[in-house]
Design a binder for this molecule. Structure first.
Ligand code: SAM
Length: 383
């Protein structure tokens, strides 16, 4: 049995135990939370490569498993260099001296931002990485060796903090609840054991969808009676509220794929947005190969904005990634770069790559100010 298969079996048995203990059914948010974050076993809690450009890597001349998906900082160092222009302005305007990055992955974004701020002579007292999965810490420490005296890691936010917050593709990794309208009746879609009477035994347990009637509803009424599957994001929104409650001074920039709620809960999006990523392939079955693949859902940016407002944060701006990066000077950075770097950086802004699909939302604490990234093409009114 390979290491990966035995991890999956151990995780599936643990999840089956949770289902049995809960009376035969758990909500999908609980399933997703365990599949991604169960200590030592969940996708983000064990040592697989996860982030990178290729589905394989070569070790001692042999091809072995590589990454599952690529994120913007893995694609091009110009991403972090450009974002750093916004960070530098935010530090200066808000009179703060720290960066707080959530879910730092391989540490690539932290490295790019730290290098850019250093090159510009911006004084930074500290760069703090907050990640609920500590398994990536060793990888981040290796990436950030040159900045060891500036970077620190914490498992959770303190009660009060100040600085500029960054979160790249963090909200999409937070567990969601699934809502399914079936025959005109809303249900919460959860997970049960596939074989009745199955308990924790030698075989890897199998899981099946199971719906239960619910009073939960999407934040926006979905017209019609047709069957409809979607997600709601109580954990992601609670995360933003916590940020707002604890941020004393500073700003926050969250970057992810998603849309405003009118687009999210559009009648045509009747299959929802839940997706899995493994070896650079996408599938729609989170119940199989648990712990071996990433599970994500798009972000409802209206919900994110409202959660921030609830906790006293104002929206600095909202726009697509291409607009934000170009406002922050990406075109100039590209002019100075070699051809290969330019080609990769283009993917950050091309409409059919990351440019339109990804969005940036910025928050301020205290008084509003004009953020560089939202100077032109701000779409806050669409939220
Ligand atoms: C898709 S990865 C993105 C990694 C990196 N930011 C990048 O862009 O390459 C999501 C990361 O968010 C982390 N994460 C999820 N929920 C979190 C939370 N509540 N607080 C901090 N980190 C979280 C996960 O552990 C994971 O490292």
């Amino acid at each position: 049995m390979t290491n990966q298969t035995s991890l999956t079996k151990a995780l599936a048995q643990q999840m089956a135990g949770a289902i049995v203990a809960a009376g035969g059914w758990i909500g999908f948010d609980r399933f997703m939370s365990q599949a991604l974050y169960a200590p030592g076993l969940g996708y983000y809690a064990h040592g697989s490569a996860k982030f990178g450009a290729l589905p394989y890597q070569v070790q001692d001349g042999v091809r072995v498993a590589g990454s599952d998906f690529v994120t913007a900082p893995e694609l091009s160092p110009l991403y972090g260099w450009t974002l750093a222009q916004q960070v530098a302005q935010a530090l200066q305007v808000t009179g703060t001296a720290e960066v707080w990055e959530f879910g730092a992955g391989s540490g690539a974004l932290a490295l790019q931002v730290l290098q850019a701020l250093q090159a510009q002579g911006v004084a930074l007292a500290r760069y703090t990485i907050v990640d609920i999965s500590s398994s990536l810490r060793a990888r981040q420490q290796a990436t950030l060796m040159d900045f060891a005296d500036q970077v620190r890691w914490v498992d959770a936010l303190p009660d009060a903090f100040s600085g500029v917050v960054l979160g790249n593709e963090v909200l999409d990794a937070m567990p969601v609840k699934l809502l399914a309208r079936v025959g005109g009746v809303w249900h919460e879609r959860g997970v049960a054991l596939a074989r009745s009477g199955q308990t924790v035994d030698d075989a890897t347990p199998a899981f099946a969808w199971q719906d239960r009637p619910t009073d939960l509803r999407p934040p926006l009424a979905v017209p019609g009676e047709l069957d409809y599957l979607t997600e709601i994001h109580p954990q992601g929104e609670a995360f933003v509220r916590t940020l707002g409650d604890k941020l004393q001074a500073g700003a926050a920039f969250l970057i992810d794929y998603g849309f405003p709620e009118a687009e999210y809960y559009h009648p045509q999006r009747h299959m929802g947005t839940l997706m899995c990523h493994q070896a650079h392939r996408v599938d729609d079955d989170p119940l199989a190969a648990v712990g071996q693949k990433d599970i994500t859902a798009h972000v409802n940016f209206t919900g994110v904005a409202l959660a921030g407002n609830d906790a006293g944060l104002g929206v600095l701006g909202y726009c697509n990634q291409a607009t934000f990066l170009l406002n922050c000077g990406l075109a100039r950075q590209m002019e100075l770069a070699d051809l290969k770097t330019r080609v990769m950086a283009q993917k950050l802004i091309m409409e059919h790559e990351m440019g339109e699909f990804f969005k940036v939302i910025g928050f301020y604490q205290g008084e509003p100010w004009q953020a560089l990234g939202f100077e032109h093409g701000d779409k806050t009114h669409t939220l």
